[in-house]
Design a protein around this ligand. Structure first.
Ligand SMILES: Cc1cc2nc3c(=O)[nH]c(=O)nc-3n(C[C@H](O)[C@H](O)[C@H](O)COP(=O)(O)OP(=O)(O)OC[C@H]3O[C@@H](n4cnc5c(N)ncnc54)[C@H](O)[C@@H]3O)c2cc1C
Length: 365
């Protein structure tokens, strides 16, 4: 592999892979770097029906026709009232959404990038970024091997951590402190292919069924409400008992409850999504609250528009990055309005720490 390119993409999640596919349509010499040798399982799998036109533009719509990804037909929620709301996608113009097998989806995208013969540094971690005036230089490392890559532009597609930007000294602001506790549960029988969402006093639950009888269960709350590791089992058991509907669908065993993961899942954004020779895409640029089910779509979209923006800059179109920023910021504004509306709909627990602070944080934005 050479070490000099027009563009270095750091991060091979949906955003970085979509950037690479877009740059390849212009035959722009670039490489992609990811810390993991193979794709790793990431949480969050719902792709809403209105993502389909974007996937078509990216030439990846056919990837959904695979037994690993399951069509889903709507959301069932208890939010704002004690009534169960059923939203059927079938009523909309795009038909069903998809519950993605994330590992398989990223392997499919990696396969397309490799088919384009793009240089792929798998298992290499970004260690440093040097911003020279005419070019950028990235130091990447795998075990004891270090490589210096040079390019005109670097794309930060490293997800929530925004590692490239961190090296460049660009700040990422957390707009709230939402965290997720996630675990897997094996149901006794198959449950309908839909997402379940239910608000409770201290946060909200989210269930997403897989092609097998497995369900990914998540509880979203604020950092201040998270118990210590020792108290987590009791906390989750109590929070599940407070639900109306969710507790009738899942009855996790002690082992399932105890095999949990905790991760940040709030809204965060960079102070700016581009600089003279860098651009941020996906979660690195703007991280969405999973209530929006917009993270994967936005990662693919910003990879797509970011790739086009770089192609335009390479043709000396000076304002290409400004147009890109406009797209990112407009999407973020519309999302923040919807987010505020969504959380304002829930008024059943006016004294609860979660809902009081959730609303305060959203309205501060
Ligand atoms: C709990 C939870 C539930 C979610 N549910 C949904 C959902 O239902 N629907 C939805 O659309 N979205 C959901 N999301 C959001 C979605 O998962 C993300 O928005 C999406 O993965 C962002 O893609 P990305 O490519 O920007 O980043 P990522 O997918 O995070 O990819 C970043 C890549 O960069 C690599 N990397 C990071 N640092 C370095 C480094 N220093 N050197 C080299 N490589 C590096 C990583 O290995 C990784 O492969 C959810 C998120 C969470 C936390």
């Amino acid at each position: 592999m050479q070490n000099s390119y027009q563009v270095i993409i750091v991060g091979a999640g949906p955003a970085g892979l979509a950037s690479s596919l877009t740059l390849s349509t212009y035959n722009i010499p670039h490489c992609i770097v990811d810390a993991n040798t193979n794709s790793v399982l990431k949480l969050g799998d719902s792709l809403p029906p209105n993502a389909k036109p974007l996937l078509k533009q990216l030439g990846i719509l056919h990837l959904l026709i695979s037994p690993e990804h399951i069509p889903y037909y709507g959301n069932k929620s208890i939010w704002g009232t004690n009534e169960v709301h059923q939203k059927e996608f079938i009523e909309g113009v795009y038909g069903s959404g998809f519950l993605l097998d994330r590992l398989h989806f990223e392997n499919q995208l990696r396969g397309l990038v490799k088919k384009n013969r793009t240089d792929f540094y798998q298992g290499y971690q970004l260690k440093k970024v040097y911003n020279h005036e005419q070019f950028v230089e990235a130091l990447i490392q795998k075990d004891t091997e270090s490589l210096h890559l040079k390019a005109k532009f670097i794309i930060d597609a490293t997800g929530r951590k925004a590692s490239v930007c961190r090296h460049l000294g660009v700040l990422k602001h957390n707009l709230d402190t939402q965290f997720t506790v996630s675990f897997w549960h094996q149901t006794a029988k198959k449950i309908p292919r839909q997402i379940w969402i239910e608000a409770t006093e201290n946060g909200w639950w989210y269930l997403s069924p897989k092609a097998t009888n497995e369900v990914n269960c998540m509880f979203f709350t604020l950092k201040d409400l998270l118990p210590s590791r020792k108290e987590m089992f009791t906390f989750l058991t109590k929070e599940l008992q407070k639900t109306q509907d969710i507790k009738t669908i899942i009855q996790p065993t002690d082992i399932e409850f105890n095999d949990y993961k905790i991760m940040a899942s709030g809204t965060s954004c960079l102070e700016k999504p581009f600089g003279e020779n860098w651009l941020a895409v996906g979660d690195a640029a703007f991280s969405y609250d999973p209530i929006s089910s917009y993270g994967i779509t936005s990662a693919l979209a910003s990879g797509f528009y970011g790739g086009h923006a770089i192609a335009a800059r390479l043709k000396d179109e000076e304002d290409a990055f400004i147009t890109y920023r406009y797209i990112i910021e407009n999407g973020a504004k519309s999302y923040l309005n919807k987010l505020e509306h969504q959380y304002n709909m829930e008024q059943r627990w006016p004294k609860s720490f979660y809902w009081k602070n959730r609303l305060k944080q959203v309205s501060l934005v």
